[in-house]
Design a protein. Sequence first.
Length: 118
Amino acid sequence: QVQLVESGGGLVQAGGSLRLSCEASGRTFSSHTLGWFRQAPGKQREFVARILWSGGATYYADSVKGRFTISRDNAKNTVYLQMNSLKPEDTGVYYCALKQGLGPYDYWGQGTQVTVSS
């Protein structure tokens, strides 16, 4: 049973930083992609960033490019999202999700709240 557990959310002022963590367990992840998504109140969930577990290739939404960095620690089965220069519009519940190959994201974490005050 795959489990994803996010942590690291909180309240921060605009311009500040937070680092989110997503710990994965339940299987090996050599051919998987782990993504971060977020959902603001009253809005649809949107893609933020993703990383290939093997090789570490990354991809970002334009809205976070240059401010957010996704990385992984294979030994800890953990993926991080370093968020710098945070803006109020970055506020939302952040979710990590896992998929294999080109398929849909099959597994989702419970989410962690990020609130950026102006």
